[in-house]
Design a binder for this molecule. Structure first.
Ligand SMILES: Nc1ncnc2c1ncn2[C@@H]1O[C@H](COP(=O)(O)OP(=O)(O)OP(=O)(O)O)[C@@H](O)[C@H]1O
Ligand SMILES: [Mg+2]
Length: 279
């Protein structure tokens, strides 16, 4: 089961005309069906890594494999079929004049038959709760609505891997929760791999694994429990410790019996509830 769907092998990359490398000796394997969160302060190289995965840029050194295909200028169209990208700014992602056309565009390009296409457009928009906007013009939508449509366009293609680069940052907490739940369902139903670049460490806490980037390097990788044990070190890297982790720590310091740092509010509440009612 444990096959790697993405292999990044010793990749370094420098933007043209720049002195500094944006990525340095990054090696990373992403397992099939995994939810991987990538965190790191501004400019640490997260988006650059996403661009390399999509073949928008190519490594100066090292190599990338997507679904067993060595990513080069010759194979980029094959690898792009496997990987769907949703970026931070939805305005740069629209191609259609209506929401419907926009979601249909990628399907049309992939030669999906018309009946299938109509159905896929509808179900994808339904999944992000935008089906009532089918005939609207994308530029009339709010930022959050645009981002939902961008996500629908990608999930309509049923990619094997989806990369979300701060893709839910325009949504309010409830909208964000909803979209992430949808992606989680899609992941489970279609055996999709999710790579989520996020500033939201509470979201990252729900991932299978977290990568911490720092100054173009892969600084640390581990399951959420391991990463949040870094504690103040995360703050030094410019990251915010999630509220439930902070709260667990504070309670423990006050002598309230907490046996670990809880990663989600639900877990923390559950622990407090059980220890309180057992007295
Ligand atoms: N098009 C570009 N041309 C030149 N330098 C760039 C370009 N895009 C990014 N950089 C530089 O590359 C480094 C990594 O940037 P990148 O956008 O990958 O960071 P990031 O981790 O995604 O940051 P953020 O959290 O702000 O999105 C930064 O030093 C940045 O200034
Ligand atoms: Mg970025």
């Amino acid at each position: 089961m444990e096959t790697s769907v993405v292999k990044i092998d010793n990749v370094s990359f420098k933007y043209e005309g720049q002195e500094e490398y944006a990525l340095r000796n990054v090696s990373l394997q992403i397992k099939d069906g995994e939810w991987l969160a990538i965190v790191g302060h501004n400019g640490s190289g997260k988006s650059t890594l996403a661009k390399l995965l999509n073949g928008l840029q190519y490594p100066n050194e090292g190599r990338i494999e997507i679904g067993g295909i060595y990513l080069t200028e010759e194979t980029v169209w094959d690898t792009r079929r496997l990987i769907g990208m949703v970026f931070q700014n939805p305005d740069n992602q629209f191609v259609g004049t209506t929401v419907k056309d926009d979601v249909a565009f990628g399907l049309e390009n992939n030669g999906v038959p018309r009946e299938v296409m109509v159905e896929r457009v509808r179900t994808s928009l339904q999944k992000v709760k935008m089906e009532q906007f089918l005939d609207q013009e994308p530029h009339h939508l709010s930022g959050g609505q645009k981002q939902r449509v961008a996500i629908a366009s990608v999930i309509a293609l049923r990619p094997k891997i989806i990369v979300l680069d701060e893709a839910t940052s325009m949504l309010d907490p409830r909208g964000r929760e909803e979209v992430l739940r949808t992606i989680r369902e899609l992941k489970d139903d279609n055996d999709m791999t999710v790579i989520s670049i996020t500033h939201d460490l509470e979201e990252a806490a729900k991932a299978d694994r977290i990568i911490v980037m720092n100054r173009g390097e892969l600084y640390r990788e581990g399951v959420p429990e391991e990463i949040f044990q870094m504690d103040e070190e995360l703050v030094k890297l410019g990251l915010d410790i999630p509220f439930p982790v902070k709260m667990s720590k504070m309670l423990k310091e006050k002598g309230i019996p907490i046996n670990k740092h809880y990663l989600t509010e639900e877990e923390l509440v559950e622990q407090l509830w059980t220890s309180h009612s057992s007295k």
